[in-house]
Design a protein around this ligand. Structure first.
Ligand code: PLP
Length: 324
């Protein structure tokens, strides 16, 4: 793993300090009773943009700003897009978020509300991506990818450093898995500090590109399927450079969940932890409740679940809680 060092992660931590929250790690009595081991929640939900994505985006943008970069672009309309917009405004640089005309107006407005330029082009995510690449080629923008970039990975890895400081004897960390920036970062930092830490990635049953790629031994495409864990959708890139190899090397276990199980995690978080979570953020709790985290029978030690984000449509949240 010579592409990344623990020193890079500590430098990232200094860079984002004061711009991103150092988040609380809180014990959950109900989940601890179920797991028969102490269970802690790492609450990235309290970040200013409602997800951990602010860590990687801020680390990448501070570095770009240091080199004189004045304009950044991304094609993500979700948590990464929000994070880039927020970090750009804080640094006084311009951000453009490219999106297709099919993106719902509330997402377009959310990007504009954060001070970024919303560029509406074409009718698909590919069209939006092509426009982002055009801005890089023709107008001098710097592209900030959502996961497959060393500064983004190092930014997400600061979560691993915080966990090691707050809970030095952590034995098992459970991470929602999509493009793998979060997993690769936390697993890298945690295992550099203590190689015995068990690392589990949790994702949805259908449309999980990283899981399919790990099975195939190389990055592959999957069909996009709608999921309550919408932040876990999307591909990992056929030209994936970092998150696939790092995840492949450091992952101990992948857990795949169906939609009903994810919904139970979300409802449990609301009723027992008093947390409003988006589906992607509830998969760790869901996996634990469904007894799907496989530890050795004699396993003992603290378990940390990364609770990644709170950005869910509140009408959707109410529907799920009522149904549950
Ligand atoms: C992006 C995201 C993830 C997954 O992160 P990756 O780095 O793409 O694996 C998980 N949860 C939430 C809320 C996210 O926004």
């Amino acid at each position: 793993m010579s592409v990344l060092s623990l020193a890079d992660v500590y430098r990232a931590r200094r860079r984002i300090e004061g711009r991103v929250l150092r988040t609380p790690l809180v014990e959950s009595p109900t989940l601890s009773a179920i797991a028969k081991n102490p269970v802690y929640l790492k609450l990235e939900t309290v970040q200013p943009t409602g997800s951990f994505k602010l860590r990687g985006a801020t680390n990448a943008l501070v570095r770009l700003a240091e080199t004189g970069c004045k304009r950044v672009v991304t094609a993500s309309t979700g948590n990464h897009g929000r994070a880039v917009a927020h970090a750009a405004r804080a640094l006084g640089i311009e951000a453009a978020v490219c999106m297709s005309s099919l993106v719902p107006s509330n997402k377009v407005e959310a990007v504009r509300a954060l001070g970024a330029q919303a560029r509406i082009v074409g009718k698909s995510q590919d069209d939006a991506q092509a426009e982002a690449q055009r801005l890089v080629r023709e107008e001098g923008y710097a592209y900030v990818p959502p996961f497959d970039h060393l500064d983004v990975i190092a930014g997400q890895a600061t979560i691993g450093v915080e966990i090691a400081e707050d809970l030095p004897d952590v034995a098992h960390i459970v991470v929602p898995l999509s493009g793998g920036g979060l997993f690769a970062g936390i697993a890298f930092a945690a295992k550099q500090i203590n190689p015995a830490v068990r690392m589990t990635g949790v994702t949805m049953e259908r449309g999980a590109a990283m899981h399919a790629s790990l099975e195939a031994g190389k990055p592959v495409l999957v069909d996009e399927v709608e999921s309550l864990a919408d932040s876990l959708g999307g591909g990992i890139g056929l030209d994936n450079q970092y998150t696939f190899p790092i995840t492949r090397e450091l992952i101990d276990e992948v857990v795949l969940l169906d939609e009903a199980t994810i919904a139970r995690g979300l409802v449990h978080a609301y009723e027992h932890e008093r947390l409003v979570l988006e589906g992607a953020a509830a998969v760790g709790i869901a996996a634990l409740l469904a007894q799907r985290l496989h530890n050795a029978p004699d396993f003992q030690g603290p378990i940390v679940l990364i609770v990644t984000g709170a950005n869910i449509d509140m009408n959707q949240h109410r529907r799920i809680v009522r149904a549950g």
